[in-house]
Design a protein around this ligand. Sequence first.
Ligand code: BGC
Length: 274
Amino acid sequence: MENTIAFDARIPLQGQKALITGASSGIGEAIARRFASAGAAVGVNYLSGADAARNVIEEIRAAGAEAIPLQADVASEQDVAAMFRTFRDAFGRIDILVANSGIQMDAAVGEMTLEQWRRVIDVNLTGQFLCAREAIRCFSEQNVIPYSKAAGKIVCISSVHQIIPWKGHVNYAASKGGVMLMMKSLAQEVAEKRIRVNAIAPGAIRTSINRAAWQTPEAEQRLLRLIPYGRIGEAADVAEAAVWLASDQSDYVTGTTLVVDGGMTLYPAFREGG
Ligand code: BGC
């Protein structure tokens, strides 16, 4: 099937319907806003940030794009099924999933409770599986639209900690390592349906999840030693990468992780040693 709508790089997601999980704050919020300005109608999923989600939606609408709220716990199979139903009732179809919801519940291994282990795996890994499965079911049932070469696109928000081991965060690192191979296995499985699955591995992005790592000048200096490019990332840095991975400009890209980290994965300690 050929793309019959001329691609416009200023609105690379024109006519597409995108569901973004964890979109009431941080990286997810930036992606929802950027997708809307790139021409997409967006579903703003949140768990408990109803007021924040409402603000994001109002501002997107005020700018002339479509947005709807989607309250759901991505770790709940029922919630996820209901969320996709609501999304499709509103927009008629789905073209893009950004599986972004993620949490940290940090503890030294000896103090880490089973509940902390499970909740992080449930949200960060099982949540992405449940949403990806639902999106793939939808993509497989729909017609390909003239706005997109692929039948559907999934962007998993992972982390540099899919590569870098992280003391005190074994649940989080394990969940992100899992996201990496889940993403690749899904990409391999659904490529023949013309569905693309990719990931973004953000480094230290200035959001509330890592506030302690940048909020004092001393903490910020310590963090900057790990970032060769010399600045902390902004959520907008990740949003730009997400637009590209969701658009036809990356149509031949699947099963890949785009690392957006200012060089954090370049073994910065080796600038002085080795
Ligand atoms: C974590 C942040 C951390 C960053 C770099 C992210 O995945 O959520 O807390 O600052 O990785 O270590």
